[in-house]
Design a protein around this ligand. Structure first.
Ligand SMILES: [Zn+2]
Length: 501
């Protein structure tokens, strides 16, 4: 190496060192640094809210997405919607305190609404059971059984007018927006149910009438006209544009079950493709997108600068088909798109998931081209499902008197890791399996362990690797689910380090 070259190398090295030094102290580089949160993470006193917001500020969070309406009810002291207010929030004005504290620290607040998902016993369901989404057999989602238990969400029909959407949900959102200095409204459950049979909703009376109208299956002015036209082309479906009457002459005599079956399994032409399901899915995607439009227009009248964000599924082409959520159609009415790119939404091991995640984000950047902001949603706690879920099941088996072999099966999934990082708990489970003993004592030990998993057992770098993968795709922001999971998983330091860079 000659002297001049060595001098250049030295100078370059110094320059790099200076740059690295200045980077370490510079402001965070990622524009959107958000978390999803539940009111229980912030408590119900001014002091607990301050402590919660301090934690956000320390971790460089600049946007908080906080639940204000879940399937349990609403979290502000509303007079108009008093029966829906969750008990502890009648006297404590949680959003007022939270928003004030956040704004003091320059943290924006998005108010998170479960749009179409209510609780089985919620006040609106009791007052207006006619607003529930119905399956072909005329039953609501709460009549379904999922994994051996009654389905816990009462899904409301997104389409019916007047109905849940325009009589309850939009007025609720409007009240919140007018009452509080909130920065944005956040949509969640802005879709049809997906974990039940995705094709079975909604066949309420309103939808049975509206789907044929929406898709043009008859002429309201000439409902009994057969509307036959010359079939002068060789292919049957080539005659589609003269809109033949699709409904059978005695449609009005069909039962709900028969109507639903035709709308899902019938064909546009007798003897042609059985393609009517296409129009059913199109109707659902349209109704959900129309809701985002209507709520945007209504709330903007009262609050011209308010913005909207939405938690959506990762692939709008697929979610349009399965849950009526083709979110590409939300673009004019939603400014912040937050795809839930959670670990549980990808198959494969952790490394495979990172590859799939990167692919997804690249696709999402194209699909979301019309949205001003694309912030990628990551579920922190779920990254540790492999370590956590077997212990969670073991706890349930202990409490419910599960068999020793079932308990052993769950234990074996994590035994090696437990023995290394939590030997006391490992020994307690081994003793329980071998000798029996108080199942409740074991369950209580698991409660304690699961509510705060040791860092060795659930390594924080898995979250960091996921976040780095997201950032490497060149997106504007990240939203982490959720503050409760970050606390339980001891993951705040990892977030602070990542957001601080
Ligand atoms: Zn309906």
């Amino acid at each position: 190496m000659n002297k001049a070259y060595a001098a250049v190398r030295l100078a370059l090295g110094l320059a790099v060192a200076v740059l690295a030094g200045s980077e370490a102290t510079a402001a965070p580089t990622l524009k959107g640094r958000a978390v999803w949160a539940s009111p229980r993470d912030a408590g119900t006193t001014e002091e607990s809210v301050v402590a919660f917001v301090d934690q956000l500020a320390k971790a460089h969070v600049n946007t908080l997405v906080m639940e204000v309406k879940t399937s349990a009810g609403i979290f502000w002291p509303s007079d108009r919607f008093a029966p829906a207010v969750v008990a502890e929030y009648h006297d404590f004005d949680f959003p007022a305190v939270l928003i004030r504290q956040c704004h003091r620290r320059r943290i924006a607040v998005h108010a998170w609404f479960f749009d179409f998902a209510e609780g089985a016993g919620s006040s609106v369901v009791q007052q207006h059971p006619e607003w529930l989404a119905l399956s072909p057999d005329g039953k609501p989602t709460t009549a379904e059984i999922l994994r051996g238990r009654p389905y816990r969400l009462a899904w409301m029909c997104p389409a019916r007018r007047p109905g849940y959407t325009d009589q309850w949900l939009i007025p609720l959102i409007k009240e919140f927006a007018q009452r509080y200095d909130v920065d944005a409204i956040h949509h969640d459950y802005v879709r049809y149910p997906g974990d039940l049979a995705p094709d079975t909703y909604c066949f309420c009376d309103y939808c049975l009438e509206q789907i044929p109208k929406y898709a043009g299956y008859y002429s309201p002015a000439h409902p009994d006209h057969a509307l036959l036209a010359p079939m002068d082309r060789p292919h049957l479906e080539a005659h589609w544009e003269r809109s033949p009457k699709v409904l059978p002459p005695n449609w009005s005599e069909y039962t709900r079950e028969m109507k639903s079956r035709l709308l899902l399994e019938g064909g546009f032409f007798p003897g042609g493709h059985r393609d009517l399901d296409y129009f059913f899915y199109e109707y659902r995607a349209h109704q959900v997108a129309q809701f985002t439009r209507q709520v945007f227009e209504e709330v903007r009248k009262a609050k011209p600068k308010i913005e909207f964000s939405a938690a959506v599924f990762k692939n709008p082409v697929q979610s349009g088909r399965f849950i009526g959520q083709d979110w590409r159609r939300f673009a004019p009415w939603v400014q912040y798109l937050m795809p839930m790119d959670y670990r549980s939404h990808y198959a494969g091991d952790f490394a495979t998931h990172l590859d799939l995640l990167a692919e997804s984000i690249q696709q999402q950047k194209v699909w979301a081209a019309d949205f001003p902001h694309l912030w990628i949603g990551v579920a922190a706690y779920q990254l540790y499902d492999a370590e956590r879920v077997p212990l969670d099941r073991l706890r349930r088996l202990a409490r419910e008197g599960g068999s020793a072999s079932e308990m052993k099966g769950e234990f074996e999934k994590v035994a090696v890791r437990l023995e290394k990082y939590a030997p006391d708990l490992h020994a307690a489970i081994v003793a329980q399996l071998r000798e029996g003993g108080s199942a409740e004592t074991l369950a209580a030990k698991l409660d304690a362990f699961l509510s705060s998993m040791p860092a060795d057992y659930a390594p924080p770098d898995r979250l960091t690797k996921t976040l780095e993968t997201v950032r490497a795709q060149g997106v504007e922001g990240v939203v982490i689910f959720s503050t409760g999971g970050l606390t339980a998983g001891h993951l705040w330091e990892a977030v602070e380090a990542f957001f601080g860079r």
